[in-house]
Design a protein. Structure first.
Length: 136
């Protein structure tokens, strides 16, 4: 393992995409030893379909208001056999500035911005493979 060096990244150094923009603020490329910190912006009207990730997500809402759906975890989330109906169930939460979320690894979750303004959040994840499995 490399010894990490202090890093400051400027806004114009962060990559982003349209609709749901994602920028890795600090991560593997900056030699962060354990975690990556990412910033997401969910534009007005944008949706992220139901999916799972291999690692947990800790999120902090910076701005705006949007819906986060959080469903089943573990074996119930993989859509195998009789559990497939459970994978789609969950609760939707209207989140806004200052709210925090923990989405455990393997938990079905989704996002939807029904407001007229973009929503933004920070998301910390352990370094490594953050593979996404789409369920829709």
């Amino acid at each position: 393992m490399r010894d990490p060096e202090p890093v400051v990244r400027r806004r114009d150094e962060i990559d982003a995409a349209a609709g749901l923009s994602k920028g890795v603020l600090i991560g593997d490329d900056q030699n962060a030893p354990n975690f990556a910190l990412r910033r997401f912006t969910l534009e007005s009207g944008a949706e992220v379909p139901k999916h799972t990730n291999e690692v947990e997500h800790v999120q902090y809402v910076l701005d705006g208001e949007y819906v986060v759906g959080i469903g089943e975890t573990g074996a119930n989330a993989n859509g195998d056999g009789n559990d497939s109906e459970k994978a789609g169930r969950g609760r939707e939460h209207l989140v806004s500035e200052g709210d925090s979320l923990l989405i455990p690894a393997g938990t079905v979750h989704w996002y939807r911005n029904e407001s007229d303004e973009p929503g933004a959040f920070l998301c910390a994840v352990p370094n490594g493979n953050d593979e996404i499995e789409l369920l829709e």
